[in-house]
Write a protein that binds this ligand. Sequence first.
Ligand SMILES: C[S@@+](CC[C@H](N)C(=O)[O-])C[C@H]1O[C@@H](n2cnc3c(N)ncnc32)[C@H](O)[C@@H]1O
Length: 308
Amino acid sequence: MTSNHHQSVMFNESIEGLAIKKNGIYIDATFGRGGHTQGILNQLGNDGKVIAFDQDLAAIEYAQQNFNDKRLTVIHSPFANMHNLLTEQGLLGKIDGILMDLGVSSPQLDNADRGFSFNADGLLDMRMNQTTGISAAQWLATANETEIANVIYEFGEERRSRQIATAIKRFQIEKPIETTLQLANIVASVVKTKKHKHPATRTFQAIRIFINQELKQLSDTLNQTLKILAVKGRLSVISFHSIEDRIVKKFIQKHSKQKQLPKGLPIMNNETKQMPLKDLGKSFASKVEINDSRRSRSAILRIAERIA
Ligand SMILES: C[S@@+](CC[C@H](N)C(=O)[O-])C[C@H]1O[C@@H](n2cnc3c(N)ncnc32)[C@H](O)[C@@H]1O
C-alpha cells in the first residue's frame, strides 16, 4: 500500500520565519507533499511566486496531480542545482525567502518499497531520487568493511560501527543483503539499545545520508543562498538530527558573527566588514506538536536574514 500523507513539521514557525511579502518570490527547496508550499501560497498575493524543488519523482507527481496554481513552479531536481537554475532565469539576488525542511518525507518512510524503513520489509534502496545513483543494497555489495564502518560512524555517530560493518561482511559471505529487514536484523545482532529506539536507527540514518549525499547537498546549497537571496530575504531551515543542524548553525554563525580583533591591535580605520547574514535564532516544536507527531521531537528550526 502506498501512503501519500505528510504532516508538515513546525509549519507556522517556519513560515512566519520567512516574513512573507505578498508579491515576493519564495523557494521551497523540499516540496514533499507540499504542506509548506501551500502555507506560503496562502500568504501570497496574485503576483507572488513559489518555486519548489524535490528530487523524488513521487513528490513531483503528487504536485502535478494535486496543485493547480499558476503562482507555483515545481522542479524535479536536487536542491543544490538551485543556483544554476535561478541564474538561467535571471533570479539571482531576487529571492525573498528559502525554506528547507530537510530529510525524508513520511511517504518515503512509510512505503516499504522505497527501502528507508527498518520496520517494514522492502528492497534496500534508500534513494530519494530513484532516477540516478546506486541503491543502498548495491553500495553495501561493493564497499569494503572499512568504508562501511566509516560511513556508519561519520553519518550515524554509531559507536558500534566497526562491529556492524564486520557483521555485514560476514552475512555477505553467504548471500547478498537485499532487503531492509535483512540489514535491520544484522545490525540488531550487534547493537543493543533502550526499548523505544530501534537498534538500526543510526545505521539506517547514516547509509541514507551517504547514498543521497545529504550533507554535501546541504552545505553547497547554504553557500549558494548568499547569492540567491535578496537583501532582507529570509532563510528558514528545519533539520532533524545534530549532524545536519551543526552544518546549518555553523553556516549562519560564520556569515553573521563579526570577527573579534585580537586585544591590543590598533584600529586602522572605523570600517568593520558588514556580515551578509543576521542570525534570527533557533526554535523547537511546541509541546502540543511533539505530542501529536513523533517526528517533530527532533526538529530544530533556524532562521537567518540576508542583510548585506
Ligand atoms: C521532510 S520532506 C518535506 C515535506 C514538506 N515540507 C511538506 O510539508 O510536505 C523532505 C522532502 O525533501 C526532499 N529532498 C530531500 N533532500 C533533497 C535534495 N537534496 N534535493 C531535492 N529534494 C530533496 C525529499 O525527497 C522529501 O520529499
